[in-house]
Design a protein around this ligand. Structure first.
Ligand code: ADP
Length: 184
């Protein structure tokens, strides 16, 4: 799913319903960066510039997480990985295949509107939308902030990147594809 496609919410609901381990490469990488590990040091500059972290670094990290006992017992949901043809092929070569591949399809106009109108309450962490889900009162309204990458131009370029990445990955999983059309 693209930025603002509701991927985070769906992932949370799926792991809760099926008792899976949620493995988000974005979250794993941010944890590596904040603990100052070798992986974190390698990843930081790419992440700060909105570029993909080199395939080998991310793949090693994911494979190591997948081999831990909780994942072996409960099963897994990969979120944000694979994001390139090479990453998908690495999993294939290790015979790591999901049972299901879910693609959230949301029209671009919808995604842009959701990003550009998105606001964060820094106090509660709650996400609002100026039109679709406005804050409950003036006090909250006054303290809302906007993510620096939620501007029209940046959202357009993030969507472009998403399209390139998903087109690179989908062919590997065409036999497992479950396409869900979402209109907000
Ligand atoms: P975003 O939606 O902004 O990409 P994520 O939390 O999914 O947010 O990822 C944050 C950053 O972590 C990405 O911009 C990228 O630098 C890195 N990253 C996450 N997943 C991958 C991946 N599968 N391959 C390479 N880099 C990744």
């Amino acid at each position: 799913g693209a930025p603002a496609s509701g991927k985070g919410t769906q992932c949370r609901m799926i792991v809760e319903k099926y008792g899976l381990v949620h493995i988000s490469t974005g979250d794993l990488l941010r944890a590596e960066v904040s603990s100052g590990t070798d992986i974190g040091k390698k990843a930081k500059e790419y992440m700060d510039n909105g570029m993909l972290v080199p395939d080998q670094v991310v793949t090693d990290m994911v494979v190591s997480r997948l081999s831990q006992p909780d994942v072996r017992e409960r099963g897994w949901l990969l979120d944000g990985y694979p994001r390139s043809y090479a990453q998908a092929q690495s999993l294939e070569s290790m015979k790591i295949r999901p049972d299901i591949f879910i693609l959230l399809e949301v029209p671009d106009d919808n995604l842009i509107d959701r990003c550009v109108g998105r606001r964060l309450d820094p106090v509660t962490g709650k996400i609002y939308h100026v039109k679709n889900f406005p804050p409950e009162n003036e006090e909250i309204s006054a303290r809302l902030t906007t993510r620096s990458d939620d501007t029209f131009e940046k959202v357009k370029s993030r969507l472009e990147t998403y399209k390139q990445n998903s087109e690179a990955v989908i062919p590997t999983y065409s036999d497992l594809l479950n396409q869900v059309l979402v209109y907000f």
